[in-house]
Design a protein around this ligand. Sequence first.
Ligand code: ADP
Ligand code: KDG
Length: 319
Amino acid sequence: AADVLTFGETMLAAQLPGPLAVGAEARTTIAGAESNVAIGLARLGHRAVWAGLVGDDEPGRLILRTLRGEGVDTSHAGVRPEAPTGGMLRERRVADLVRVHYWRRHSAASLLAPPDLAPALRAGARVLHLTGITCALGTGPLEAVREAAAHAHAHGWTVVLDVNHRHRLWTGEEAGRALLPLLEHVTVLIASDDELPVVTGALAERPRGEEAAVDALLAAGVREVVVKRGGEGAAFRDGDGSRHTVPALRVPVRDTVGAGDAFCAGYLSGLLDGLPPERRLDRANTLGAFAVASDGDWEGLPRRDELGLLTAAPGTTIR
Ligand code: ADP
Ligand code: KDG
């Protein structure tokens, strides 16, 4: 069986070093939070399955080829001729500000419905990885997430939900209402500090502050809550009262997009390797640092033999 099953929307992505409106030249690649996690895991030697839908088009072929080339299992991915693969464009509008544009309405990935996942769920995995992005794609994808979470929970898998709130797709209120019913199935909830209120805002008592928000999530049945704090690092709490924090690694910041997904892949890798919470956080932090210190969402993620690279002195040339 697989180590991790994940699914969601992966898009054709264009990266522009300058403003789109004046015709900056683009580099094409693929982007998708769930496939970023799958690639991060595959690079570390884990068996990751990505089970999303693409169109029968060139972007769809690029996506499947890239994932296969990275060693991600796509045997449960689907091709839908009736809808196009979604797209996104990321423009570096000015040095420190990136703007994202999506073309994903009515995309092939948004056609996802529970039956599409049945074979992958039957095949089994140790961990199910879900993100709030998939929940935002429509009622079919949301139902698919709910059924997958219920199935995985009932079969004793570890269920990991990364809130991954995307303002461009839905409001915090909509996200909270959709994610709340999932919590009873979630083992590990991962959120950035500003995303915690998205989920807990939908609770009747609306906890105030991070501490209260994490308490409320643990009371709702989540076993571990991992909070990402960008350049400050991350924190962990579980239902047994243990707590850990780790500072971020000090690296030059190239491109922060994808850091959260890399972090998540590192955390899952640590779980699969049976590491204790503090070392899971270390690995998560290490992958997050690789993502911010390199261009692209997933291109710079480490293989297992590269995990220690960031401890080299700044400016090192390895020869
Ligand atoms: P997201 O991309 O989901 O918003 P964060 O920005 O919180 O998530 O980043 C996720 C993780 O990536 C952080 O918890 C940290 O481990 C790492 N990270 C983010 N920014 C930096 C940074 N400037 N330096 C080093 N590590 C970082
Ligand atoms: O997490 C990085 C993502 O922003 C990117 O890969 C695309 O899935 C994506 C999204 O919805 O923004």
